[in-house]
Design a protein around this ligand. Structure first.
Ligand SMILES: Cc1ncc(COP(=O)(O)O)c(C=O)c1O
Length: 447
């Protein structure tokens, strides 16, 4: 990983890619009203991303469904925004299911892909009205069958395949002997071929199709074509061995990339890579509903994290700029060295500020935590001009895998979230927590 802890020369062309839905004046006013750090979310961006991803696969010859992986951002305001777009919800836990039910989303619009696959978990899933479940192990399949018997329903069961293809991604989910899914033809009962055969003969489960998920932030799309080639051969074999075999739904998982540091291909460019391969698959095996999952792409650009510069120091031609955010509210900055683009927002009417100062050559943007890893990698698109105390620093494209990882390290509270609705008005959608909440949550009032 390149060392980006020192500022690179600001690249204006990439800075132009930032979704500045909040003006500097908005940032200043909202920070004055709600304090910092503060997350801002733009509803219109959520809808635009849902439309863009769906449109990208318009050349596929069958129906296309976009499923939002709520693990990326389970804010009820975000879920409700995507309900307006008619998205399917990709869930992986009973906690996520609770959120979806509380938002009154239609359980018909859920695809449930668990890692744990426990019997009572599946009973609750089926009793809630969810009918589409992806199983990832033989035991999981048997547990789903048990739950189906108990709930008195026959769910649509899909098999999660681990296609074991090389994936060049920030986070890889398909690798040999990995934890997700089953191989095509494993030597044990944890084998897609054996599981499909079992489902085709089952009165309790209805075989619906396949699922794979290759990784997150994928920019080299050859992994999709390799996986689809393998799927094609496997489906041919399945049909030969089981005349009743038919795929109704095929889910190719998530991975659509987002701009952080280097420009990334668009969803249309991504789809261009494998839509003809998907059409071939439909020609060879019958048209299926294509499911595209996405967490990161659908939410990342919708959100800005606003922080405040609270201290600076300079020595040996380095400038350390300390903000009141930290990796406790932007974990992937530390975990994945994610280069969220940052921009200093000057406090325009302050008399004692000097604004418009170029960023010192060696600027380090540090968080508030007493931890070595709490230094934010800078993006090529970052603009750290005027890094002075009192100014704000906006972190862009933080909507995915950030709020969901908020943690109280150093007794830190959760920031509020404010959404800019489609009518242009800002609205509080999550209150910030307080030290009193945290003390109580940690058992401070228990004897
Ligand atoms: C099964 C599954 N589908 C979809 C996703 C979403 O991936 P991304 O956010 O990269 O689109 C994930 C992420 O972990 C996942 O595990």
């Amino acid at each position: 990983m390149a060392d980006n802890s020192q500022i690179q020369l600001v690249s204006k062309p990439t800075a132009a890619l930032l979704n500045r839905f909040a003006t500097p004046l908005d940032v200043k006013n909202l920070a004055a009203e709600y304090g910092t750090p503060l997350y801002l979310v733009d509803e219109d961006t959520l809808h635009a991303k849902a439309r863009e991803l769906h449109r990208a696969y318009s050349k596929y010859k069958g129906p296309v469904k976009v499923a939002y992986s709520i693990k990326a951002n389970f804010s009820p305001a975000v879920i409700r925004a995507f309900m307006k777009d008619g998205l399917t919800f990709d869930l992986t836990s009973l906690g996520e299911l609770h959120f979806i039910r509380q938002c009154n989303a239609d359980p018909e619009n859920v695809i449930y892909t668990s890692v744990t696959e426990e019997p009572e978990e599946y009973v609750e899933v089926l009793r809630s009205g969810v009918r589409r479940v992806v199983v990832s192990s033989h035991k999981g399949m048997m547990n789903l069958a048990y739950a189906a018997g108990k709930a008195g329903v026959r769910p649509l069961a899909m098999v999660r395949i681990n296609p074991e293809v090389a994936t060049d991604a920030k986070v890889r989910a398909s690798y040999k002997n990995g934890k997700f899914g089953v191989p095509f033809n494993g030597g044990t009962i944890d084998s897609a071929a054996k599981m499909v055969k079992h489902m085709l003969a089952s009165d309790l489960l209805k075989f619906e199709g396949f699922h794979f998920h290759l990784g997150s932030q994928i920019t080299d799309f050859s992994c999709y074509t390799h996986a689809l080639d393998k799927m094609d051969a496997f489906m041919t074999k399945m049909k030969k061995e089981n005349p009743a075999f038919q795929v109704n739904t095929f889910d190719i998982g998530g991975g659509t990339p987002v701009f952080y540091n280097d420009p990334v291909p668009t969803p249309a460019e991504m789809a261009e890579n494998h839509t003809s391969r998907l059409n071939q698959l439909a020609d060879n095996h019958g048209v299926f509903t294509l499911m595209i999952e996405s967490g990161r792409f659908l939410v990342a650009e919708s959100s800005i994290l606003v922080s405040k510069i609270v201290n600076t120091k300079e020595y040996n031609e380095h400038k350390i700029v300390i903000v009141d955010a930290g990796y406790h509210i932007l974990l992937d900055a530390a975990l994945l060295k994610q280069e969220y683009p940052q921009e200093v927002i000057p406090v325009v009417d302050s008399k004692d500020q000097t604004t418009g100062l170029a960023a010192p050559k060696n600027t380090h943007l540090a968080g508030r935590l007493c931890d070595t890893y709490d230094v934010f990698p800078l993006s090529k698109a970052s603009d750290m001009s005027s890094p002075e105390v009192g100014n704000y620093v906006s972190f862009y494209n933080v909507g995915a895998y950030s709020v969901v990882f908020n943690m109280p390290f150093h007794c830190q509270t959760k920031p509020p979230i404010v959404m800019k609705d489609s009518d242009g008005k800002y609205r509080l959608v999550r209150k910030g927590t307080t030290y009193e909440h945290l003390f109580a949550e940690e058992g401070g009032h228990l004897a």
